[in-house]
Design a protein around this ligand. Structure first.
Ligand SMILES: [Zn+2]
Length: 83
């Protein structure tokens, strides 16, 4: 099972469609069980879409997702309790 931190690390690759089938499956399973990561992914997609719309030429989805992830990881996932 992936940890929330791994979800956040793979989010940009997921949005860009760069994850392997196995990685997508693992992420999907985690998202089924973890509401926090579901909302994280939703916000990530919205943020990427907004950044892309604003700065379409110069900002890849991956870069936008990294920016969004850095901000959200710091505020949302830093206090996770796992293991
Ligand atoms: Zn999670």
């Amino acid at each position: 099972m992936l940890r929330c931190r791994e979800i956040s690390e793979q989010a940009s690759d997921h949005i860009d469609g760069r994850l392997s089938a196995g990685a997508r499956m693992q992420m999907a399973m985690h998202l089924l069980m973890c509401g926090r990561c579901r909302s994280f992914m939703r916000q990530m997609r919205l943020t990427v879409a907004a950044l892309r719309a604003r700065d379409e030429e110069s900002l890849s989805a991956g870069r936008a997702a990294e920016l969004a992830s850095a901000a959200m990881v710091a505020s949302r996932i830093s206090d996770e309790k796992e293991d």
